[in-house]
Design a protein around this ligand. Sequence first.
Ligand code: IPE
Ligand code: IPE
Ligand code: MG
Length: 223
Amino acid sequence: MNLPTHVGIIMDGNRRAGEESFGGRLLGHREGVETALTIVRATQARQIPYLTLFAFSTENWKRSEVEVTLLMELFREFFDQHVEAFMRDHIAVRCIGRRDRLPADIVERIVSIEQRSPQSATLQVQIAIDYGGRDELVRAFNKVREHATIDEAAISVALDTAGVPDPDLIIRTGGEHRLSGFLLWQAAYAELYISDVLWPHFSEAEYGNALTWYGERERRHGK
Ligand code: IPE
Ligand code: IPE
Ligand code: MG
Protein backbone atom coordinates (compact mmCIF):
# COMPACT_ATOMS: atom_id res chain seq x y z
CA MET A 1 0.00 0.00 0.00
CA ASN A 2 1.16 3.53 -0.80
CA LEU A 3 1.69 5.14 2.60
CA PRO A 4 2.05 8.83 3.42
CA THR A 5 5.43 10.08 4.64
CA HIS A 6 3.80 12.70 6.86
CA VAL A 7 0.35 12.57 8.44
CA GLY A 8 -1.19 15.63 10.09
CA ILE A 9 -4.16 15.23 12.41
CA ILE A 10 -6.63 17.85 13.58
CA MET A 11 -7.73 16.12 16.78
CA ASP A 12 -11.25 17.51 17.08
CA GLY A 13 -14.34 16.45 19.00
CA ASN A 14 -13.10 16.00 22.57
CA ARG A 15 -15.85 18.01 24.22
CA ARG A 16 -18.66 16.44 22.20
CA ALA A 17 -17.32 13.01 23.15
CA GLY A 18 -16.97 14.10 26.77
CA GLU A 19 -20.59 15.13 26.88
CA GLU A 20 -21.83 12.02 25.09
CA SER A 21 -19.71 9.33 26.69
CA PHE A 22 -17.52 10.46 29.60
CA GLY A 23 -19.83 12.31 31.97
CA GLY A 24 -18.86 15.91 31.16
CA ARG A 25 -17.69 18.02 28.23
CA LEU A 26 -14.19 18.68 29.53
CA LEU A 27 -13.66 15.05 30.53
CA GLY A 28 -13.24 14.31 26.83
CA HIS A 29 -9.83 16.00 26.77
CA ARG A 30 -8.18 13.38 28.99
CA GLU A 31 -9.60 10.62 26.83
CA GLY A 32 -8.21 12.47 23.83
CA VAL A 33 -4.68 12.18 25.23
CA GLU A 34 -5.11 8.39 25.34
CA THR A 35 -6.11 8.42 21.68
CA ALA A 36 -3.05 10.50 20.82
CA LEU A 37 -0.80 7.91 22.50
CA THR A 38 -2.47 5.09 20.56
CA ILE A 39 -2.10 6.91 17.26
CA VAL A 40 1.58 7.76 17.86
CA ARG A 41 2.28 4.07 18.42
CA ALA A 42 0.18 3.02 15.42
CA THR A 43 2.06 5.50 13.24
CA GLN A 44 5.40 4.06 14.27
CA ALA A 45 4.12 0.51 13.76
CA ARG A 46 3.17 1.42 10.20
CA GLN A 47 6.61 2.93 9.59
CA ILE A 48 5.30 6.38 8.79
CA PRO A 49 8.18 8.74 9.67
CA TYR A 50 6.37 12.04 10.45
CA LEU A 51 3.22 12.81 12.43
CA THR A 52 1.89 16.24 13.36
CA LEU A 53 -0.85 16.53 15.99
CA PHE A 54 -2.86 19.74 16.35
CA ALA A 55 -3.35 20.02 20.10
CA PHE A 56 -4.05 23.72 20.83
CA SER A 57 -4.65 26.54 18.37
CA THR A 58 -3.80 30.23 18.65
CA GLU A 59 -7.57 30.75 18.95
CA ASN A 60 -8.11 28.18 21.70
CA TRP A 61 -7.04 30.79 24.31
CA LYS A 62 -10.58 32.15 23.83
CA ARG A 63 -11.96 29.17 25.79
CA SER A 64 -12.82 29.41 29.48
CA GLU A 65 -10.04 29.73 32.02
CA VAL A 66 -11.06 26.38 33.50
CA GLU A 67 -10.70 24.66 30.15
CA VAL A 68 -7.40 26.32 29.24
CA THR A 69 -5.96 25.45 32.67
CA LEU A 70 -7.03 21.83 32.23
CA LEU A 71 -5.47 21.60 28.77
CA MET A 72 -2.17 23.04 30.06
CA GLU A 73 -2.20 20.50 32.88
CA LEU A 74 -2.75 17.70 30.37
CA PHE A 75 0.26 18.93 28.36
CA ARG A 76 2.39 18.83 31.53
CA GLU A 77 1.23 15.29 32.30
CA PHE A 78 1.80 14.19 28.74
CA PHE A 79 5.36 15.53 28.68
CA ASP A 80 6.17 14.14 32.13
CA GLN A 81 4.61 10.71 31.80
CA HIS A 82 4.97 9.61 28.21
CA VAL A 83 7.80 11.33 26.44
CA GLU A 84 10.62 9.33 28.12
CA ALA A 85 9.14 6.14 26.71
CA PHE A 86 8.89 7.74 23.27
CA MET A 87 12.59 8.56 23.35
CA ARG A 88 13.53 5.07 24.42
CA ASP A 89 11.52 3.78 21.48
CA HIS A 90 13.21 6.09 18.92
CA ILE A 91 10.41 8.61 18.70
CA ALA A 92 11.52 12.25 18.58
CA VAL A 93 9.22 15.04 19.75
CA ARG A 94 9.24 18.65 18.64
CA CYS A 95 6.66 21.35 19.32
CA ILE A 96 5.54 23.87 16.74
CA GLY A 97 3.75 27.11 17.52
CA ARG A 98 4.35 30.13 19.69
CA ARG A 99 6.23 29.87 22.95
CA ASP A 100 5.73 33.38 24.32
CA ARG A 101 2.22 32.85 25.70
CA LEU A 102 2.64 29.39 27.23
CA PRO A 103 3.31 28.92 30.96
CA ALA A 104 7.08 29.05 31.55
CA ASP A 105 7.25 25.54 33.01
CA ILE A 106 5.68 24.10 29.87
CA VAL A 107 8.20 25.93 27.67
CA GLU A 108 10.98 24.46 29.85
CA ARG A 109 9.58 20.99 29.32
CA ILE A 110 9.39 21.53 25.56
CA VAL A 111 12.97 22.79 25.32
CA SER A 112 14.25 19.90 27.40
CA ILE A 113 12.35 17.30 25.36
CA GLU A 114 13.58 18.73 22.07
CA GLN A 115 17.17 18.67 23.31
CA ARG A 116 16.91 15.10 24.53
CA SER A 117 15.02 13.72 21.54
CA PRO A 118 16.94 11.02 19.65
CA GLN A 119 18.82 12.03 16.50
CA SER A 120 18.15 8.69 14.85
CA ALA A 121 14.39 8.57 15.39
CA THR A 122 12.19 6.31 13.32
CA LEU A 123 9.26 8.65 13.96
CA GLN A 124 9.23 12.39 14.48
CA VAL A 125 6.14 13.70 16.21
CA GLN A 126 5.38 17.40 15.96
CA ILE A 127 2.91 18.65 18.51
CA ALA A 128 1.23 21.90 17.53
CA ILE A 129 0.60 23.95 20.68
CA ASP A 130 -0.43 27.61 20.51
CA TYR A 131 -0.12 27.01 16.80
CA GLY A 132 -1.86 28.82 13.96
CA GLY A 133 -0.79 28.72 10.33
CA ARG A 134 -1.18 32.47 9.87
CA ASP A 135 0.77 33.21 13.01
CA GLU A 136 3.53 30.85 11.84
CA LEU A 137 3.65 32.58 8.45
CA VAL A 138 3.83 36.04 10.01
CA ARG A 139 6.76 34.91 12.17
CA ALA A 140 8.41 33.33 9.12
CA PHE A 141 7.98 36.47 7.00
CA ASN A 142 9.59 38.53 9.73
CA LYS A 143 12.57 36.17 9.67
CA VAL A 144 13.06 36.40 5.89
CA ARG A 145 12.28 40.05 5.30
CA GLU A 146 15.96 41.09 5.26
CA HIS A 147 16.73 38.54 2.53
CA ALA A 148 17.60 39.92 -0.91
CA THR A 149 15.18 37.50 -2.54
CA ILE A 150 12.35 35.65 -0.88
CA ASP A 151 11.38 32.36 -2.51
CA GLU A 152 9.36 29.35 -1.43
CA ALA A 153 12.41 27.54 -0.08
CA ALA A 154 13.34 30.54 2.10
CA ILE A 155 9.83 30.63 3.57
CA SER A 156 9.72 26.86 4.13
CA VAL A 157 12.92 26.91 6.18
CA ALA A 158 11.67 29.86 8.23
CA LEU A 159 8.55 27.95 9.28
CA ASP A 160 8.31 26.04 12.57
CA THR A 161 8.22 22.83 10.51
CA ALA A 162 11.63 23.46 8.87
CA GLY A 163 13.25 20.22 7.75
CA VAL A 164 10.03 18.21 7.83
CA PRO A 165 8.37 17.34 4.51
CA ASP A 166 4.91 18.75 3.84
CA PRO A 167 2.00 16.58 5.03
CA ASP A 168 0.69 14.11 2.45
CA LEU A 169 -2.46 13.35 4.39
CA ILE A 170 -4.40 15.53 6.82
CA ILE A 171 -7.07 13.84 8.91
CA ARG A 172 -9.69 15.86 10.75
CA THR A 173 -11.84 14.01 13.24
CA GLY A 174 -15.16 15.27 14.56
CA GLY A 175 -16.74 15.77 11.16
CA GLU A 176 -15.99 19.45 10.43
CA HIS A 177 -14.66 20.21 6.95
CA ARG A 178 -12.18 22.95 7.80
CA LEU A 179 -8.49 23.45 8.53
CA SER A 180 -8.92 25.91 11.45
CA GLY A 181 -5.47 27.31 10.63
CA PHE A 182 -3.59 24.00 10.54
CA LEU A 183 -0.41 23.93 8.42
CA LEU A 184 -1.78 26.48 5.94
CA TRP A 185 1.39 26.76 3.85
CA GLN A 186 2.40 23.10 4.13
CA ALA A 187 -1.08 21.72 3.31
CA ALA A 188 -0.98 22.96 -0.32
CA TYR A 189 -1.15 19.44 -1.79
CA ALA A 190 -2.24 17.37 1.18
CA GLU A 191 -5.08 14.89 0.76
CA LEU A 192 -7.88 15.71 3.21
CA TYR A 193 -9.71 12.98 5.10
CA ILE A 194 -12.65 13.96 7.29
CA SER A 195 -13.73 11.39 9.84
CA ASP A 196 -17.04 11.77 11.63
CA VAL A 197 -15.58 9.90 14.60
CA LEU A 198 -14.93 12.17 17.61
CA TRP A 199 -11.22 12.18 18.57
CA PRO A 200 -11.54 10.24 21.86
CA HIS A 201 -13.29 7.46 19.92
CA PHE A 202 -10.87 7.50 16.98
CA SER A 203 -9.38 4.02 16.74
CA GLU A 204 -6.51 2.29 14.99
CA ALA A 205 -9.12 0.75 12.69
CA GLU A 206 -10.45 4.19 11.67
CA TYR A 207 -6.85 5.37 11.22
CA GLY A 208 -6.38 2.35 8.95
CA ASN A 209 -9.45 3.44 6.95
CA ALA A 210 -7.91 6.87 6.42
CA LEU A 211 -4.59 5.34 5.32
CA THR A 212 -6.32 2.94 2.94
CA TRP A 213 -8.30 5.84 1.47
CA TYR A 214 -5.04 7.77 1.07
CA GLY A 215 -3.47 4.82 -0.73
CA GLU A 216 -6.23 4.97 -3.34
CA ARG A 217 -5.77 8.65 -4.19
CA GLU A 218 -4.15 9.68 -7.43
CA ARG A 219 -1.88 12.59 -6.56
CA ARG A 220 -1.35 14.66 -9.68
CA HIS A 221 0.29 17.77 -8.16
CA GLY A 222 -1.15 19.78 -11.03
CA LYS A 223 0.19 17.50 -13.75
C1 IPE B 1 -10.37 19.32 20.20
O1 IPE B 1 -11.64 19.04 20.71
C2 IPE B 1 -9.36 19.68 21.28
C3 IPE B 1 -8.95 21.09 21.28
C4 IPE B 1 -9.30 21.98 20.39
C5 IPE B 1 -8.08 21.53 22.36
P1 IPE B 1 -12.64 20.23 21.09
O2 IPE B 1 -12.32 20.69 22.47
O3 IPE B 1 -12.62 21.28 20.04
O4 IPE B 1 -14.02 19.45 21.10
P2 IPE B 1 -15.35 19.84 20.32
O5 IPE B 1 -14.95 20.05 18.89
O6 IPE B 1 -15.87 21.10 20.96
O7 IPE B 1 -16.24 18.65 20.51
C1 IPE C 1 -9.09 22.90 15.92
O1 IPE C 1 -10.22 22.58 16.65
C2 IPE C 1 -7.90 23.02 16.82
C3 IPE C 1 -7.44 21.76 17.43
C4 IPE C 1 -7.87 20.56 17.13
C5 IPE C 1 -6.41 21.90 18.41
P1 IPE C 1 -11.25 23.71 17.13
O2 IPE C 1 -12.37 23.00 17.78
O3 IPE C 1 -10.54 24.73 17.92
O4 IPE C 1 -11.69 24.35 15.74
P2 IPE C 1 -13.03 25.08 15.33
O5 IPE C 1 -13.34 26.07 16.40
O6 IPE C 1 -14.07 24.02 15.21
O7 IPE C 1 -12.72 25.69 14.00
MG1 MG D 1 -13.59 21.51 18.24
